[in-house]
Write a protein that binds this ligand. Structure first.
Ligand SMILES: C[S@@+](CC[C@H](N)C(=O)[O-])C[C@H]1O[C@@H](n2cnc3c(N)ncnc32)[C@H](O)[C@@H]1O
Length: 276
């Protein structure tokens, strides 16, 4: 499948149901609907607050790439950032606009745009943030380079992408490889076909570090803490016990599905700055 076709499939998938809205039962676009989405999100993904640190960026020009149902985007606006948000889908942008209206809030801009071709000038933002997005686009590294391009020198980049060396990826292997008598199935193929939109990718930490060494950034931190999904919070206790035991062996900070990357734009490739 060529990249344009794949991107259309990705957009179709996320247009059918904006990301994270499945948890809500209240009437669509009502205040209760948005409250339910928000409550559920931060119950299962509490690590977002520690990573984003929304309130530290008050007054700054912030771009969120891939707003989805705009739950984090709402936090940027509430925290007083000059917030810009983009997403590939109309469904997401409609959610963002309705959500701001429901709470009586105002952002600088929300619009449909492709992470691989961001419609902003070089060095326009103090912070570019993206949670769980660019592993869905066909050219993840092109999207990452776009994020770096739009960040000002000295500005911050905060990106979460999926970690291939995680307990969740292993669970997917068990379910779609081993349990289907395909022990030699590749985790990357399984994720491509069975993880959210078609074409989803997950990366190892070393792949990301190698890529970032070619970008004008200094990496502050990469982490992959075990998440609710890795630790099977929604499953019976024997499953949770096994997941916790595995996480203890592998390292709670390394085996999580969410690989968070925080970097500062330097203006020179990382290899010459930090010796990565
Ligand atoms: C898993 S959801 C994450 C959304 C949101 N950041 C969140 O955490 O709820 C993935 C989102 O990425 C968006 N997306 C996928 N490819 C994209 C692209 N090339 N440019 C912009 N957004 C994209 C999808 O439309 C979808 O809203």
């Amino acid at each position: 499948m060529n990249p344009d076709e794949l991107k259309t499939r990705v957009a179709d998938y996320w247009n059918r149901e904006a990301c994270g809205t499945g948890a809500a039962s209240a009437p669509k676009y009502s205040r209760e609907y948005f409250d339910q989405i928000e409550a559920h999100r931060y119950e299962v993904e509490p690590e977002i607050f520690a990573f984003a640190q929304f309130t530290r960026h008050c007054g700054q020009k912030v771009l969120e790439v891939g707003v989805g149902a705009a739950t984090d985007f709402l936090q940027w606006v509430r925290a007083g950032a000059k917030a810009y948000g983009v997403d590939l889908t109309e469904a997401a942008i409609e959610h963002a606009k309705r959500r701001l209206d429901v709470y009586g809030l105002r952002a600088e801009e929300v619009r449909v745009a492709d992470a691989e071709n961001l419609p902003y000038p070089d060095e326009f933002f103090d912070l570019v943030y993206s949670w769980g997005v660019i592993h869905h686009t066909p050219d993840t590294f092109k999207a990452f380079r776009e994020i770096v391009r739009c960040t000002r020198v000295g500005g911050t980049i905060k990106v979460m992408i999926y970690n291939r060396h995680s307990l969740l990826a292993f669970q997917r292997y068990l379910a779609f490889g081993l349990a289907r008598f395909r022990p030699f199935a590749r985790v990357s193929d399984i994720l491509f076909h069975h993880q959210e939109s078609m074409g989803t990718k997950a990366f190892s930490r070393s792949e990301i570090v190698r890529f970032l060494a070619t970008c004008p950034v200094q990496v502050r931190r990469t982490e992959a803490k075990a998440t609710a999904y890795d630790l099977l919070w929604h499953k019976p206790w024997p499953c949770r016990a096994i997941a916790y035991a595995l996480a203890a062996c592998l390292g709670f900070h390394r085996c999580g599905w969410f690989m968070t990357i925080e970097a500062i734009k330097t203006g020179r490739p990382a290899a010459t700055v930090s010796g990565l």
